[in-house]
Design a protein around this ligand. Structure first.
Ligand code: WT7
Length: 636
């Protein structure tokens, strides 16, 4: 039995069973048949969640770029590896073949070596979504430098914190970034950040916007002249299986961001395997994930997972609203995209625009649609299914985290018998989810609602938090003994399908009832006049908590009173009268993180009237909405 490509329900069942009964044999088979190794492992897995310590493929030696590039050169030399679509629709797309990618990565790797970067050094990447970003990620991996990509929407302060936390020696940036009709002066932001980063000695600057920049002598260099002089051959450094590949920061509920450390072999095997199956990628497909490489979704499912499968992966510089709200759908037609992967927040935003933006384009190339990042509400799911997928494309609602490295729970097209909207459905092979009750006991019966944990290691998991293993242990392995705790709540139905109900810190207990915010928000979002909503808890003398809803409207024709009544009626219908909102505040928008998540922490403080310290709102996508929401807060 070959497990790499799951093509139907029987394949999935057999693979899942094997992965639970003999995980080592299962992953060993996948690792030995679909990757190239400089040396094979001595042992497949060593683990102890109490330390916690997890090691996959110990003793093996490899380089991930040989797996993502070199080995494809024989069969796919001229195949497009990266299809770059610029911000401006009239700037031509670039088709970067595997041969060209190889050359560009080798040259870039040689530049890094010339600048004194060695295996194990940390390099910070602060770049827009241009080919140089993917190339520099791979160039670091080629020579064993640890990349730390910081999303280019973060402020100078946030950038400096991340540079200093893992002690980056070198920063790669660009003169600027195009985002829709805006030009962002990235180099200036880097200059500001570096005022508080004494250990950065070199900055390489890619030219993109032709913005005027100041180059500090001896520290800052234009990238292109260095690349022009570099050799196009660069040996791939031999890496140990557990050598760090990259660090990626994710925010915690408190404290400075956590630098999640991903290592080489397990991450490669896991992202390649999950990419292949969740998206059912086949040779001539054109796969497009709209995330930014600054997030884990971009690392795993724009760069490493697709390239490890010899895929064509789209890299889009722009935004969904520029030059108009049809851009995504124009590009699907233009490049004949077959798999399209985006976030619920983007779907909701596009769904409220004129449907002509969609219908003007031929979307018939699409085969699989994906979503990630937060629970998708039913209305958005149906819009995506009907208008984008023409009811003909399975929707893979993929649940995972920066920490998990790859997709954990998701439908598999053709294998998952029945996809239920808002359910991430079943665990992928190798993943052993469990639900825990308040007493910390595993809930073995279904249906059940509890805290989502993972009982057994998987190859893609983060191994530690950079420089703070104690925090790693405390955050993920201390709440429940011998389990990885995800921080999410989930519901499991009778069939064993999982529905992620949201972060457990978003669970609100009203009169002793455990209410997830997601199903309530779903019900609210069903209202035709509503764009989106967020529900938070406010203290209540008798019930413990009452519910306060922030609701943004696309249509303000009805009176607030009528809307309030209708919304509570919908909640009563979908969740039950217990979940009715005590207070509803209508807003023009909701505060969001750069990755599109609603910042409930801020809304909770506003609802509770404790706005003296809203925390740092500078990293929000839209900090301007906060003042108005604060101003109009309702006191009950
Ligand atoms: C959190 C992780 C993993 C890539 C992007 C986010 C939420 C993620 C889903 C989904 C419901 C989801 C969870 C998770 N989440 N995917 N399909 N359904 N919730 O990575 O920033 O590390 O966030 O995003 O709450 O814990 P991240």
């Amino acid at each position: 039995m070959k497990y790499y490509h799951l093509q139907n329900h029987e394949d999935y069942k057999a693979a899942y069973k094997a992965s639970i009964e003999s995980p080592e044999a299962f992953w060993e088979q996948i690792a030995s048949t679909h990757f190239v190794w400089k040396k094979k492992w001595d042992s497949v897995l060593n683990w102890d969640f109490t330390k916690p310590e997890v090691k996959w493929f110990e003793g093996a030696k490899l380089n991930i770029t040989e797996n993502c590039i070199d080995r494809h050169l024989e069969q796919r030399a001229n195949k497009t590896a990266i299809l770059f679509e610029p911000n401006e629709p009239n700037e031509p797309a670039q088709h970067i073949s595997y041969t060209e990618l190889h050359e560009r990565v080798c040259k870039f790797a040689n530049v890094l070596l010339q600048q004194g970067i060695k295996k194990g050094d940390r390099v910070c990447l602060y770049l827009p979504m241009i080919p140089e970003l993917a190339v520099s990620v791979l160039a670091c991996a080629r020579i064993g430098a640890v990349h730390s990509v910081v999303f280019a929407g973060f402020s100078a302060k946030a950038l400096a914190t991340r540079i200093n936390d893992c002690d980056c020696k070198l920063v790669i940036t660009s003169d600027g970034a195009f985002r829709g009709n805006k030009t962002i002066h990235l180099k200036e932001i880097v200059d500001n950040a570096l005022e508080s980063c004494p250990n950065v000695h070199k900055v390489l600057v890619a030219k993109r916007t032709q913005s005027h920049v100041h180059l500090k002598q001896g520290r800052d260099f234009w990238l292109q002249p260095l690349l022009d002089q570099a050799s196009k051959d660069c040996a791939a450094v031999s890496m140990n299986a557990e050598d760090p590949l990259f660090i990626l920061y994710t925010s915690g509920s408190t404290g400075i961001p956590k630098g999640m450390v991903h290592t080489t072999a397990g991450y490669m095997v896991y992202t390649a395997y999950t990419f292949k199956n969740v998206f059912q990628y086949t040779e001539d497909d054109v796969y497009w994930c709209t995330a930014d490489i600054g997030w884990i979704t971009g690392h795993s499912y724009i760069v490493y997972g697709p390239l490890a499968n010899g895929a064509t992966t789209v890299l889009f510089e722009g935004v969904p609203s520029y030059p108009d709200y049809g851009r995504f759908w124009q590009l699907v037609e233009k490049h004949q995209v077959t798999q399209f992967y985006t976030a619920p927040t983007a779907i909701r935003a596009l769904a409220k625009e004129d449907i002509a933006h969609v219908t003007q384009n031929d979307l018939s190339s699409l085969k699989v649609l994906g979503t990630v990042g937060e629970p998708i509400n039913e209305e958005a799911w149906h819009w995506y299914n009907e208008h984008i997928g023409n009811k003909n494309c399975p929707i893979v609602d993929t649940w995972w985290q920066t920490e998990t490295g790859g997709i954990m729970i998701s439908p598999i097209p053709n294998s998952t018998k029945r996809i239920i909207p808002t359910f991430a459905t079943l665990p992928l092979p190798g993943i052993q989810p469990v639900l825990m009750n308040e007493e910390g006991e595993v809930m073995s019966d279904s249906p059940a609602s509890g805290k989502l944990c993972i009982a057994f290691p998987w190859p893609g998991m983060a191994r530690t938090i950079w420089g703070n293993h104690e925090r790693y242990k405390a955050t993920y392995f201390s709440t429940f003994k011998n389990h990885y705790f995800t921080g999410d709540g989930a519901f499991r139905n009778k069939a064993g399908y999982y529905r992620i109900t949201g972060r457990v810190d978003d669970v609100i207990i009203v009169s002793g009832h455990n209410l997830g915010t997601a199903p309530i928000e779903d019900a609210i979002d069903e209202h035709p006049d509503v764009t989106e909503s967020a529900v938070v808890g406010v203290p209540h003398d008798i019930k413990g908590n009452a519910l306060y809803g922030f609701v943004s409207l696309k249509n303000k024709a009805k009176s607030e009173e009528t809307l309030e009544k209708e919304i509570n009626e919908l909640i009563t219908q979908h969740v039950g009268p217990i979940a009715k909102l005590q207070t509803i505040q209508f807003t023009d928008g909701l505060p969001k993180t750069r990755s599109g998540k609603i910042m409930r922490r801020i809304l909770r403080k506003i609802a509770q009237g404790t706005t003296d310290d809203l925390g740092d709102i500078s990293t929000l996508l839209n900090p301007e909405v906060v003042a108005a929401i604060k101003e109009n807060a309702k006191r009950s």
